[in-house]
Design a binder for this molecule. Structure first.
Ligand code: AMP
Ligand code: GLY
Length: 426
């Protein structure tokens, strides 16, 4: 089969790496891909958000199956457009991708279907939002309604900080139209766990749990990033908690979306907080997480294409999905300065040596015409290793990363280690 993956980060590298292991994938393409993905798939220079361009290319080049990984093309309706062109596509349609694209929508959905989440109010009027903050006090959480590259959330420790966040979103339009509606939420406490689940509109199959490290520096200090590392499974996610989540969160979410006429086919990302009152939804995403996917898919023993196809066909309940025992860790090597400004174009050395000990997923890299691999983004690489235990997986990732060098390389030294995943906001 001719298969196209849309996207070009570390997550898409992990998806391509896994799809390459499928005997049914004869030709693999990735748009736009990156320097590392180019070793596994033919990269197609079309932007992931170019719906028309992707559909036209997929038609002209006889794609049999398309996997859409990032949030923005899903929110733009790329899967709907591919289906309309007669091409089977993995990922939620626009009307289901809204669970990520609109926080106001997903909060309403949870309220209507009694799915546990933080208490909240939605505002489109600045004065009302400010008055509400005065009444509630701090700590409190302010969120821009729409997609804001993961940066539209402020966990405010004081009412003043919360008010400034609301003003920036509603008055200064810091996130453009994404901030014209804001959601103000109760601040929850507890460890955060990610659970990704394959979904075919009706059935759901969860993957091993994982944890992401969002802050730039050790000890969860510094600004929020797209993720500085991840590991799977999470020791915090016990079988009892998993059973509770399945009953109170996962199955009700899939049923709710179906009942609303928005059946979800693709991967649902459940961002959970394990609060003293039980697990609560922090957020839904309509896609695989990055860098959680790099860790989680490293544990998948089954054929990923078969699972994707079953999701599209509504036959997920007939597929046996096998996961390896043990654990996986993805350590992100980033450009110094990320998530603020950073320089790109630095040559990367040691990739081959590192590749002997771990799988090195590329996030922001480019192969130059002279064949040298150079940095081309904030998050550059995700060094991913598996082990019998989390400690072994973590040690193996760090050991492999020692071989890699580029100018101004930055990484956290506490991914998957004690204390790195301590309760947030506690
Ligand atoms: P989100 O983009 O909604 O996942 O929020 C980003 C981060 O903000 C989350 O991963 C949490 O660490 C934090 N956060 C979001 N909502 C809450 C909440 N209601 N209480 C405490 N922390 C939150
Ligand atoms: N790792 C967080 C996300 O993918 O949204």
């Amino acid at each position: 089969m001719n298969v196209l993956v849309v996207g070009g980060g570390g997550r898409e590298h992990a998806i391509c790496w896994k799809l390459r292991q499928s005997p049914n994938v004869t030709q693999l393409y990735c748009a736009p891909g990156n320097g590392g993905i180019a070793g596994l798939a033919q990269c197609v220079p079309i932007k992931a958000t170019d719906v028309e361009g992707i559909v036209r290319w997929a038609k002209e080049n006889a794609m049999d199956f398309v996997m859409v990984a990032p949030d923005d093309p899903l929110a733009l309706g790329m899967v709907d457009a591919l289906e309309a062109a007669g091409i089977p596509a993995f990922g939620p349609r626009k009307n289901a991708a809204i669970i990520e694209a609109s926080k106001a929508f997903s909060k309403e959905l949870m309220k209507k279907y009694n799915i546990p989440t933080a208490k909240y109010e939605t505002f489109t009027d600045l004065e009302k939002a400010l008055a509400y903050l005065d009444a509630q006090g701090a700590p409190i959480v302010v969120k821009a309604d729409g997609l804001a590259l993961g940066k539209g959330v402020v966990v405010a420790q004081t009412a003043e900080e919360a008010k400034n966040a609301v003003r920036e979103m509603m008055e200064d339009k810091k996130f453009g139209e994404s901030g014209s509606t804001v959601v103000i939420e109760e601040c929850m406490t507890g460890p955060e766990v990610t659970v990704l689940a394959f979904c075919d509109g009706e059935h759901l199959a969860t993957m091993p749990s994982s944890q992401d490290h969002k802050r730039a520096f050790d000890g969860n200090q510094g600004p929020n990033t797209g993720g500085m590392g991840a590991f799977a499974p999470s020791p915090n996610y016990t079988p009892e908690i998993a059973a509770e989540c399945m009953e109170k969160i996962f199955l009700p979410t899939v049923a709710a979306l179906k009942a609303e006429g928005r059946p979800f086919r693709g991967v649902i990302y459940f961002g959970l907080m394990l609060t003293p009152q039980g697990p609560r939804v922090v957020e839904y995403n309509a896609r695989f997480g990055d860098p959680e996917t790099q860790a989680v898919l490293s544990l998948l023993d089954s054929d990923l294409l078969e699972i994707f196809q079953a999701c599209v066909q509504g036959t997920l309940d007939q597929v046996d999905i096998e996961w390896a025992d043990g654990a996986a860790c993805c350590l992100v090597l980033a450009s110094g300065g990320y998530p603020a400004s950073y320089q790109s174009g630095y040559p990367i050395t040691g990739l081959e040596q590192a590749g002997e000990k771990a799988v090195v997923f590329h996030a922001g890299t480019k192969r130059q015409e002279d064949g040298r691999m150079v940095t081309a983004g904030g998050r550059v690489l995700g060094v991913t290793a598996v082990g019998d235990t989390l400690e072994q997986a973590v040690a193996a990732s760090y050991e492999a990363a020692k071989s890699i060098q580029f100018e101004h390389m930055h990484y956290r030294t506490d991914i998957g280690r004690d204390g790195a995943c301590a309760c947030r906001n506690a």
